[in-house]
Design a protein around this ligand. Structure first.
Ligand SMILES: CC(C)(COP(=O)(O)OP(=O)(O)OC[C@H]1O[C@@H](n2cnc3c(N)ncnc32)[C@H](O)[C@@H]1OP(=O)(O)O)[C@@H](O)C(=O)NCCC(=O)NCCS
Length: 165
């Protein structure tokens, strides 16, 4: 049984998201970058997983035409392998299907095999490499694409400001 709920990210979440970014990424986003992303609800969809009033994971996606771009996903250290990222991705995936999105893409560091394994479960496949994609580490990124042929679940979720989903 899951003990967290999902809701839309809000301005007040930025402090916690900064901590998560710094814990999980070699090139963490800044407060300004996070705010720009979260507040752009026209093309972005940022979701947080909340457990006992604490953010334990988050996912940010971007919609471009009939494509979904996964901008970021992270689970708070100590809470991995519980299905938190899976619940966030399933939720975005279902929303994408409801919007008629046909394909999804993302970049992932070549060394990040854990995240790659996670993405491959959604049908993502590597189609190319962006050389030196990450500024600080100079690491290459794999470019992954997936088709969204079938719904994972029949019910598409509707995000609201406060209501758990
Ligand atoms: C990649 C990442 C987001 C995965 O998050 P997570 O919450 O641990 O992912 P999940 O728990 O949903 O799934 C991961 C594993 O847990 C397993 N799992 C899922 N639900 C589970 C449950 N209830 N109990 C035990 N294991 C479970 C899954 O099968 C999966 O196993 P696998 O990796 O061997 O296939 C996380 O490791 C992370 O934050 N990494 C750093 C940031 C990062 O690299 N982001 C991606 C950038 S491109």
């Amino acid at each position: 049984m899951t003990s967290w709920s999902l809701r839309q990210a809000q301005r007040r979440d930025v402090g916690e998201l900064l901590v998560l970014e710094e814990a999980q990424f070699p090139e963490p986003w800044t407060r300004g970058m996070l705010l720009d992303e979260i507040l752009n609800t026209t093309t972005r969809r940022y979701t947080v997983a909340v457990e006992q009033k604490k953010i334990v994971g988050y996912l940010g996606v971007m919609f471009v035409m009939d494509e979904l771009h996964v901008n970021t996903i992270a689970t708070l250290p100590g809470h991995e392998s519980r299905g938190i990222a899976t619940s966030l991705m399933d939720d975005a995936w279902n929303d994408a299907l409801a919007r008629g999105i046909k394909r999804a893409t993302l970049e992932v560091a070549t060394s990040n095999t854990r995240a790659q394994k996670f993405y491959y479960r959604y049908g993502f496949k590597p189609v190319g490499v962006r050389k030196n994609y990450y500024e600080r580490t100079r690491e290459d990124a794999l470019i992954l694409w997936a088709d969204l042929p079938v719904a994972l679940s029949d019910s598409a979720s509707v995000l609201s400001e406060e209501q758990p989903i």
